[in-house]
Design a protein around this ligand. Structure first.
Ligand code: NDP
Length: 266
């Protein structure tokens, strides 16, 4: 018998039905849409999930209840904080640390749109979108940086968008915020690397959520026509990738921008 076969498996190799058991994951904007799907996917795989929300209190509690009541090791806990407000984020960080200790995984998902063609775009439209998607990611990452750095396999996962790569009419603010996340993620990956923690970015294409349902039907049809897979993504198709990135298995992938866009730029 070779020593290879006789070796004890490492934690990474040992099979488990609950690969995220023991990991604490915070999802910003976890009350609805993609964030809700991510929270549920992480919980389904055994994580302790902190479901951050800004205003949808009932929805966030419902997400947490569904996760906690499911027949898995996963549990979830809603917590209110506006990602644009550093004081609220620091208060959230302290409350999470008191209750659960440092987090292992931060998913910066909260984002909004405020679409207007460039000539009509106001400074307020510009700042609102940048504030949530880009400054919010900065605020949360800075608040939880030390947690992720000392964690066993710490992770930062930023939710960007295909629009950050392609741009879009009426979305100069959103495209700027989302492409800003690419450079942010790469820089963060370099700064985290000596600790073994990773930072990655997911760039989903159009995904079935309220954000997309707000687009008029005829424009949705036009958008679908440009996608080689001829459909929008499901939330679970994005959430599944987050689950992989949150796991210890993804440890050698860092600084990446990963497309989940139905082949739109092929
Ligand atoms: P939704 O509008 O469905 O949900 C947005 C979520 O973000 C809500 O949970 C909302 O919480 C939260 N949120 C908004 N502002 C804040 C804030 N200031 N502080 C804390 N939470 C906040 O959006 P999606 O699920 O569609 O989008 C999620 C992410 O995915 C966004 O970053 C978006 O840009 C990105 N994305 C979406 C795509 C799509 O097609 N849907 C495609 C590509 C990327 P609350 O309700 O409590 O205010």
């Amino acid at each position: 018998m070779t020593t290879e076969l006789a070796q004890r498996p490492t934690d990474l190799e040992r099979p488990s039905h609950q690969p995220l058991a023991g990991r604490t994951c915070l999802v910003t904007g976890g009350s609805r849409g993609i964030g809700r799907g991510i929270a549920r996917e992480l919980g389904r795989h055994g994580a302790t999930v902190i479901v951050n929300y800004r205003s949808s209190e009932d929805a966030a509690h419902e997400v947490a209840d569904v996760i906690t009541e499911a027949d898995t090791e996963g549990t979830a806990h809603p917590i209110q904080a506006d990602v644009t407000d550093r004081t609220e984020i620091e208060t959230m960080r302290d409350a999470v640390r008191d209750a659960f200790g440092p987090i292992d995984v931060l998913v910066n998902n909260a984002g909004i749109t405020c679409d207007r063609t460039f000539q009509k775009m106001t400074a307020e439209d510009w700042h609102r979108v940048i504030d949530v998607s880009l400054h919010g990611t900065f605020n949360c990452t800075q608040a939880f940086y030390d947690d992720v750095k000392v964690a066993d396999h710490g992770r930062v996962i930023n939710i960007s968008s295909v629009i950050g790569k392609q741009g879009n009419v009426g979305q100069a603010n959103y495209a700027a915020a989302k492409s800003g996340l690419f450079g942010f993620t790469r820089s963060l990956a370099l700064e985290l690397a000596d600790s073994g923690a990773t930072a990655n970015c997911i760039a989903p294409g159009f995904t079935h959520t309220e954000m997309v349902e707000a687009i008029p039907d005829e424009i949705q049809d036009d958008l679908r026509a440009e996608i080689p897979l001829e459909r929008f993504a499901s939330v679970s198709e994005v959430a599944g990738l987050v689950r992989y990135l949150a796991s210890k298995q993804s440890g050698y992938m860092t600084g990446e921008v990963i497309d989940v866009n139905g082949g739109i730029d092929l």
